[in-house]
Design a binder for this molecule. Structure first.
Ligand SMILES: NC(=O)c1ccc[n+]([C@@H]2O[C@H](COP(=O)([O-])OP(=O)(O)OC[C@H]3O[C@@H](n4cnc5c(N)ncnc54)[C@H](OP(=O)(O)O)[C@@H]3O)[C@@H](O)[C@H]2O)c1
Length: 329
């Protein structure tokens, strides 16, 4: 089969190459999916750069999520239940940027027919993280402010739409002032640009001086610090990404006497703590909220496997539009 492979960690548009590799076969408890489409997510790029929390042995094929049709199953009941079905291919080991991917049968989740391939491709990673952060980790109450960095990301836009749906207010931080009107039109209650001055001053002007009790940040560095300084006493900041690659300098007094907290979130860890019924409920909620255009992704250009270098180059560009898809078919 054809796959996007890298033999060394490095700049994705340099080290990724499309080439022929052996087609995998499913073992016990596994299924094989013929891949239809897979998004280029920041986590995929971090793996290729050698900067992710868990790294594969090389050579390796990236791609943590996507949509495909189960064409072969190994021994086991779960696999037989999904044979021939279109499924979300949740591949915690990576490997979806290929014509075929083998995953545990329990990670092949059937997708309702009315959800198009483009949305099914990005069914899991961002939607599940949005629900986990807003409804389970922070439990943002109706009427409260949720402050977020990188608000123009695919995930940030879902947070804005979920705020409208669930009744919390979003205070959105972007790095480019050009992105402000678009996010206001999407439903952001307030949108500020980090280029317009200290984040904490802008936040306090909007919230009437107190700051916010809930914040999430995937950027780190000066943005993460600005979000942390924008917390009210007792406020909580959840870190869930490393887009800037920079550490967050924290004033210990705000943590010690100000009772502000910082905590990390990783979807893989969070999912492992969910029961099977809770996971099934999560999938049903995601499908329903994609139909309501709350957890739908804005989709950008699609690329074939032999265009992988162009795909990852565009996904890494400042201000690129929509989720880039790899279409192995
Ligand atoms: N912890 C978890 O389990 C988990 C799960 C899902 C996603 N995530 C994280 O969520 C984040 C968003 O994912 P996504 O798929 O929504 O990303 P995406 O659609 O590719 O969007 C990336 C966004 O980040 C902004 N950005 C990039 N570098 C930045 C920087 N140095 N400073 C400020 N903004 C920056 C970009 O702004 P411009 O528009 O200006 O280019 C863009 O809006 C990523 O960090 C991802 O790893 C984490």
């Amino acid at each position: 089969m054809k796959a996007a492979v890298f033999d060394a960690f490095g700049e994705p548009s340099h080290v990724l190459k499309a080439r022929d590799v052996p087609t995998p076969t499913p073992g016990p408890g596994q299924v094989r999916a013929r891949m239809i489409a897979s998004p280029v997510n920041p986590s995929d790029l971090l793996v290729v750069q050698g900067l992710y929390g868990v790294l594969p042995t090389l050579p390796s094929i990236p791609g943590f999520e996507g949509v495909g049709v189960v064409d072969q199953v190994g021994p086991g009941l779960l696999g037989r239940l999904v044979k021939g079905k279109r499924v979300a291919v949740i591949n915690s080991a990576g490997g979806n940027w290929a014509e075929y991917a083998v995953i545990p049968a329990r990670q092949a989740r059937p997708i309702p027919d009315d959800i198009p391939d483009e949305q099914a491709a990005a069914f899991f990673v961002n939607p599940a993280t949005v629900l986990a952060l807003a409804r389970h980790v922070l439990r943002v109450p109706k009427g409260a402010w949720l402050l977020q960095g990188a608000a123009g990301s695919t995930l940030g836009r879902m947070i804005i739409k979920l705020g409208r749906h669930d009744g919390f207010k979003t205070l959105n931080v972007v790095r480019r002032a050009e992105a402000v009107p678009e996010l206001k039109a999407l439903g952001g209650d307030a949108v500020i640009a980090s280029s317009d001055g200290p984040i904490e001053d802008q936040v306090r002007a909007i919230t009437g001086g107190a700051g916010v009790r809930y914040a999430i940040d995937p950027v780190g560095g000066a943005t993460g610090m600005g979000l942390f300084r924008s917390l009210d006493e007792g406020g909580r900041l959840v870190l869930y990404g490393t887009l800037s690659g920079e550490p967050i300098p924290v004033d210990p007094r705000l943590v010690i006497s100000g009772r502000r907290t910082i905590k990390g979130f990783w979807l893989g860890h969070w999912m492992r703590e969910r029961s099977i019924p809770a996971s099934l409920l999560l999938f049903r909620e995601i499908a329903s909220l994609i139909r309501q255009n709350v957890l739908s992704s804005e989709i950008g250009r699609s690329y074939r496997l032999d265009q992988i270098q162009a795909a990852v180059h565009e996904a890494g560009e400042v201000g690129h539009k929509g989720k880039i898809l790899v279409r192995p078919g």
